[in-house]
Write a protein that binds this ligand. Structure first.
Ligand code: HEM
Length: 112
């Protein structure tokens, strides 16, 4: 198996886990294990995503997708932090859902 398909398979197999662990971290706060797993999967997504972008020769839609995905990962962190600090964060949920929809649709080629 070549290195590009290793990146692709890890990416395709990990994104749902990132979202799942984020949701558990947010809604089942008070434990730390899923936050660690969320961050581990965020790192896997970034490394495999950047790996594919390099291997594909920097296509513009995927660069845009990567940037939106980085913002999405940051928004997930902010949601966890703001909930913990009891700060209001209703608007961030809208950003999170819109960004997740865009990133997944760009990933599957539904848009872009
Ligand atoms: C929140 C993090 C992310 C999520 C939820 C996500 C989601 C997805 C999904 C669902 C796909 C389609 C996979 C498939 O075909 O089965 C995909 C593909 C892709 N993603 Fe991501 N992604 C994320 C982060 C990133 C990052 C950070 C980059 C780049 C820096 C990136 C670059 C790519 C590329 C280049 C593809 C194209 C794969 C292909 O069709 O050959 N992704 N992503």
């Amino acid at each position: 198996m070549d290195v590009v398909s290793v990146f692709y398979q890890s990416h395709a197999g990990s994104w749902a886990f990132l979202i799942l662990f984020f949701l558990i971290s947010y809604f089942a706060a008070g434990q730390k294990i899923t936050l660690m797993l969320q961050r581990l999967f965020a790192v896997i997504m970034i490394i495999s995503g950047v790996g594919m972008i390099v291997a594909y020769g920097f296509p513009l839609v995927y660069i845009l997708k990567g940037v939106l995905a980085l913002v999405l990962i940051a928004v997930m962190e902010m949601l966890i932090g703001k909930k913990k600090r009891k700060q209001s964060h209703g608007g961030l949920w809208i950003a999170c859902i819109v960004l997740a929809a865009l990133v997944i649709m760009l990933g599957f080629g539904v848009i872009g």
